[in-house]
Design a protein around this ligand. Structure first.
Ligand code: IDP
Ligand code: MG
Length: 149
């Protein structure tokens, strides 16, 4: 399996609910690697660019208003098959389909506020990582018996 990078973002409300650590723990416990992270506010232009594929959807206004409503925790996550692996940890987009044990299944009641974003394919991961991070902000740290653990 190939090492991949994916863009993952804890959506507004996660900081206010004090559950960022709990969600990061699931990503870490799985064995995925956080290689970039920052807390930030998203402006309207970035929100509309990020979600451009949904521009014609009826929920687009609601989505961009929500995503700009408070700080998000933006990350790049690396690991074997990371794109699909993180999507599985997140669970289904629609919260009524998100199974218990998944992040959305356990923490979200409304599809419009489904807690976490994760890239859905290699092309979107590359596009989204570049929207939020400069290449030098991504830290490719080593695992294993290299003196640290
Ligand atoms: P994803 O986040 O699982 O990739 P997308 O279909 O890309 O799901 O939709 C982007 C975001 O738009 C979702 O995470 C969700 O917050 C919101 N969204 C998707 N479908 C609906 C809907 O039917 N009603 C309200 N919000 C929705
Ligand atoms: Mg999506």
């Amino acid at each position: 399996m190939a090492i991949e990078r994916t863009y993952v973002m804890l959506k507004p409300g996660v900081m206010q609910r004090r559950i960022a650590g709990e969600i990061l723990s699931r990503i870490e416990a799985k064995g995925l690697k956080i290689v970039a992270a920052k807390l930030m506010n998203i402006g309207r232009a970035l929100a509309e660019t990020h979600y451009a594929e949904h521009r014609e959807r009826p929920f687009f206004g609601e989505l961009t208003s929500y995503i700009t409503s408070g700080p998000v925790f933006a990350m790049v996550i690396e690991g074997d098959d990371a794109i699909a692996t993180v999507r599985r940890l997140c669970g289904a987009t629609k919260v009524q389909d998100a199974l218990p044990g998944t992040i959305r299944g356990d923490f979200a009641m409304h599809t419009g506020m489904n807690i976490i974003h994760a890239s859905d394919a290699a092309a979107s991961a590359e596009r989204e990582i570049a929207l939020y991070f400069k290449p030098e902000d991504i830290i490719s740290w080593k695992d294993g018996n290299d003196g640290w653990i």
